[in-house]
Design a protein around this ligand. Structure first.
Ligand code: 5AD
Ligand code: SF4
Length: 450
C-alpha cells in the first residue's frame, strides 16, 4: 500500500482490445483524480478488475477471484469490478462479494470521478443504470500501455443483437464519437511519439459521425492522412456494413494497413439467419470478392463459432468450404457458449460439448493447412516490419507486417538493435502456419508494396 497520502490503484484487465483500451482510459481518469498507478495488488489501495463475459463461465471466474481477494480487505484495500461482468451481474456482485465497493459497466465510466468520491467516503458506488446514454467515454489523459500502438475508440456499444452475444446487453447502444475528436486524438498520439493507431469499436463500420462530416471509410482515410501516421488498423467490422468505399480507401491511402478482420461466424446462410447476422453466405463472399479485386493484396481474418444450436454436420461443412474458398490469413475460432439474456440460450437442439470440441479441432486443422500453404508465398519477399519489442534471449526481435502477420527476425552481424516502434525491411526466410521468420536487410532495401 502507498506510504504517502497519494492513493494508489492497480488494474487487471480481461477480454478484448476494447476492454484493454477502456482500462487505459480508466487509468487516465484515475490519474487525473490524483491517484497513482502501481503494478501489483500488494502496493494498491484500490484494485480494479476489468471483466469480460463474452464466453465461458466468466462470471464464476470473477466471483472466484473476488473470494481470493477477500483477505486483502483487512488491509484496508478497496475493490472495484468494472466491464461486462459488472454490467451483467450488477448488484448481485455486492451480495456475493460484500467487500466490493464499486460496480460499473462501460457506459458509466464517465461518472468514475464522482463514484471515487463516494467510495472514499465509505459508500458503495454503482454505475449500471445508464446504458441508454448518448455519451462516449473520453478522457483528457489516457495512460497508454502499448509501446508502439495508440488505440482510439470511435464507436462504443452495439445495436446488432446477434443471437449468441452479450455485448449489446453489457456495452449498451451504439454511440459514435465526433470525427473531430477522433482526428484530434490521432494527432495527439503522433505528438506522443507513436506512428501506429488502431481504431476500435465493437462494430467500427456502423460509425455515424455526429457532425455528419464523415462516413467510416472517409474517417479511416482522413486518419491515414494525419501527418506522422505510418499505420492505421481497425477492428471489428461487421459484414452487413462493410462497403466498397472501405476497400477503395485502403487502395488509395498507403498508411491504411492491408488487413481486414471481418467475422463471418458461419458459412451456412441458415445458421447466419438463426444467429441474426443480417447477411448470407453469398453476401459475405461478395465482400471478400471486393477485397480480392483490390490493387493491394489485403489479408483477411475472421471469427468463427462452431456448434451454434441446431448447426448440422452439413452446415458445419459449409463453414469448412467457405474457409477453403476464402483462404483466410487467420481465424479466431470458438465453441458456442450459452450466454445469459441472449435469444440463443433458449434455442433447441443444443450441440453436445464433445461434438463442439470435435468440430473446433477439425476447423482448426483445416485452417492450419490453409495457412501452412499460403504463408509460404512470403518466403523471399522483403516486408516493411514494425519492431514490436526488444530482442529475445534467442536473438530474434518480434515484428509485425502491415498485413498483421508476426514476423520475427534476426539482425545481420554487428547491426545495432532497432528501437521498438521503428520500421525496418525484413527478408522472409521461413514460414510457419501462424508466423514468419526473417532477417533484417540494410535500411535502404526496397520493400514489397502490396
Ligand atoms: N459463444 C462463442 N463465441 C462467441 N463470440 C461472441 N459471443 C460468443 C458466444 N456466446 C465470438 C464471436 C465474436 C467474437 C468476439 O467472440 O465469434 O466475433
Ligand atoms: Fe456481438 Fe454481434 Fe455486436 Fe459483434 S455485432 S458485438 S457479435 S452483437
Amino acid at each position: 500500500m502507498s506510504s504517502d497520502t497519494q492513493k494508489t490503484f492497480f488494474i487487471e484487465t480481461f477480454g478484448c482490445q476494447m476492454n484493454f483500451h477502456d482500462s487505459e482510459k480508466v487509468a487516465g481518469s484515475l490519474v487525473s483524480q490524483g491517484y497513482r498507478q502501481v503494478q501489483s495488488v500488494e502496493d494498491a489501495d484500490l484494485i480494479f478488475y476489468n471483466t469480460c463475459s463474452i464466453r465461458d463461465k466468466a462470471e464464476q471466474k470473477v466471483f472466484h477471484r473476488l473470494t481470493d481477494f477477500k483477505r486483502l480487505q483487512k488491509q484496508g484495500k478497496q475493490f472495484a469490478v468494472i466491464g461486462c461482468v459488472a454490467q451483467q451481474e450488477g448488484e448481485r456482485i455486492f451480495e456475493r462479494a460484500p467487500h466490493v465497493s464499486l460496480v460499473a459497466g462501460s457506459a458509466s465510466y464517465n461518472r468514475l470521478p464522482e463514484m471515487l468520491v463516494q467510495i472514499a467516503h465509505g459508500q458503495r458506488a454503482t454505475g449500471l443504470d445508464d446504458r441508454q446514454t448518448e455519451d462516449t467515454f473520453e478522457t483528457d489523459f489516457t495512460a497508454r500501455v502499448n509501446p508502439h500502438r495508440g488505440y482510439i475508440t470511435i464507436i462504443e456499444g452495439c445495436d446488432k443483437f446477434c443471437a449468441y452475444c452479450v455485448v449489446p446487453y453489457t456495452r449498451g447502444r451504439e454511440r459514435s464519437r465526433t470525427s473531430e475528436s477522433v482526428l484530434e486524438e490521432a494527432r495527439k498520439i503522433v505528438e506522443s511519439g507513436l506512428t501506429e493507431v488502431q481504431l476500435l469499436g465493437q462494430n467500427v463500420n456502423s460509425y455515424q459521425d455526429p457532425l455528419g462530416k464523415h462516413t467510416f471509410a472517409s474517417l479511416l482515410a482522413e486518419v491515414g492522412r494525419v501527418p506522422g501516421i505510418r499505420r492505421v488498423r481497425f477492428t471489428t467490422s461487421h459484414p452487413r456494413h462493410f462497403t466498397r468505399e472501405i476497400v477503395q480507401a485502403i487502395d488509395e491511402v498507403p498508411t491504411l494497413c492491408d488487413h481486414v478482420h471481418l467475422p463471418v461466424q458461419s458459412g451456412s446462410s441458415r445458421v447466419l439467419a438463426a444467429m441474426n447476422r443480417e447477411y448470407t453466405r453469398e453476401q459475405y463472399l461478395e465482400r471478400i470478392a471486393w477485397m480480392k479485386s483490390a490493387r493491394r493484396s489485403i489479408a483477411i481474418t475472421t471469427d468463427i463459432i462452431v456448434g451454434f444450436p441446431g448447426e448440422t454436420e452439413a452446415e458445419f461443412e459449409e463453414t469448412l468450404s467457405l474457409m477453403d474458398e476464402v483462404g483466410f490469413d487467420g481465424i479466431f475460432s470458438f465453441k458456442y457458449s450459452p450466454r445469459p439474456n441472449t435469444p440463443a440460450l433458449t434455442m433447441e437442439n443444443a450441440i453436445p460439448e464433445e461434438e463442439k470440441t470435435r468440430r473446433l479441432a477439425v476447423l482448426n486443422d483445416r485452417q492450419k493447412e490453409i495457412q501452412r500453404a499460403s504463408y509460404q508465398r512470403f518466403v523471399g519477399q522483403v516486408l516493411e516490419t514494425m519492431v514490436e519489442g526488444a530482442r529475445r534471449p534467442l536473438g530474434q526481435l518480434p515484428g509485425r507486417t502491415s498485413q498483421n502477420k508476426p514476423l520475427n527476425f534476426t539482425l545481420p552481424e554487428g547491426a545495432p538493435e532497432p528501437p521498438v516502434g521503428s520500421y525496418v525491411p525484413v527478408r522472409v526466410t521461413r514460414a510457419h502456419p501462424n508466423s514468419l521468420v526473417g532477417e533484417m536487410c540494410p535500411v535502404s532495401t526496397a520493400c514489397v508494396v502490396s
